[in-house]
Design a protein around this ligand. Structure first.
Ligand code: 8X3
Length: 245
């Protein structure tokens, strides 16, 4: 029987790449995000992709989404992102709130809503797209690192609480991935600054590299739980150790 995978934040970047990749793997993919036109374009690429509008920051939207999706085998909590790079001393409360709202509470809302369906599938898989920012802290990363640490902690807690249930809890923590929008959002739309992040780095990861790893993790046999997978480009040995040419 065809399995259903829900991917949030599917309108661009890692989310869109994951929706494409899981559709190729034979999943029926519900591609969810706020920007419906982008989802429609994505769905036109593959008959296995169904577009659905979703705002993970709205309980009403999450409830309506849940009511419209009868079964779920895989949930990829990918919606997230960073806003601003100010030091903690000058960080904007609204930015911190936004990052917590999307990365932590957005993933929480989706998890709470869809968990019963994941469990009743008999082999549910929940994937949390966190970040290396959930494992280390770095200057300017304050609000994003705090939110990603929160999401990482929530993922670990879920795995403990759900042991014995037929559901796997998988964390994928990417390092430097060059996508269309991540750095652009972080620099509030300043394309030049966003581009500089990857300047001279021989090969930052692409969204497809991360989608590849997600596909691998969710297609392991039911008893194999990949707890956490950290993926960085070869040129990034650690957060502050990046090879540039
Ligand atoms: C993105 C990776 O290093 O910019 O989640 O925090 S990093």
């Amino acid at each position: 029987m065809t399995k259903t995978a829900v991917v949030t934040g599917a309108s661009s970047g890692i989310g869109a790449a994951t929706a494409r990749r899981l559709a190729k793997e034979g999943f029926q993919v519900v591609a969810a995000a706020r920007r419906r036109e982008r989802l429609d374009e994505l769905a036109a690429e593959h008959p296995g992709i169904v577009p659905m509008t979703l705002d993970v920051t709205s309980q009403e939207s999450v409830d309506a989404f849940n009511a419209a999706v009868p079964t779920v085998d895989v949930l990829v909590n990918n919606a997230g992102g960073a806003v601003g790079l100010e030091p903690v001393a000058y960080g904007l409360l609204d930015d911190w709130r936004t990052m917590y709202e999307v990365n932590v509470l957005g993933a929480l809302r989706m998890t709470q809503a869809l968990l019963p369906k994941l469990v009743s599938s008999g082999d549910g898989v929940l994937v949390m797209l966190t970040s290396v920012a959930g494992l280390v802290s770095y200057e300017g990363g304050g609000g994003y690192c705090a939110a990603k640490h929160g999401q990482t902690s929530m993922t670990e807690t879920l795995r403990l609480e759900l042991v014995g249930e037929p559901v796997r809890i998988i964390e994928i923590a990417p390092g430097m991935v060059e996508t269309e929008e991540f750095s652009l959002n972080r620099f509030r739309g300043d394309a030049d600054k966003a581009k500089k992040v990857y300047e001279g780095v021989p090969d930052p990861l692409t969204a497809d590299d991360v989608a590849d790893v997600i596909a691998f993790a969710v297609t392991r046999p039911a008893h194999v739980n990949i707890d956490r997978l950290v993926i960085r480009p070869r040129a990034q040995a650690a957060q502050h150790k990046v090879h540039r040419v």
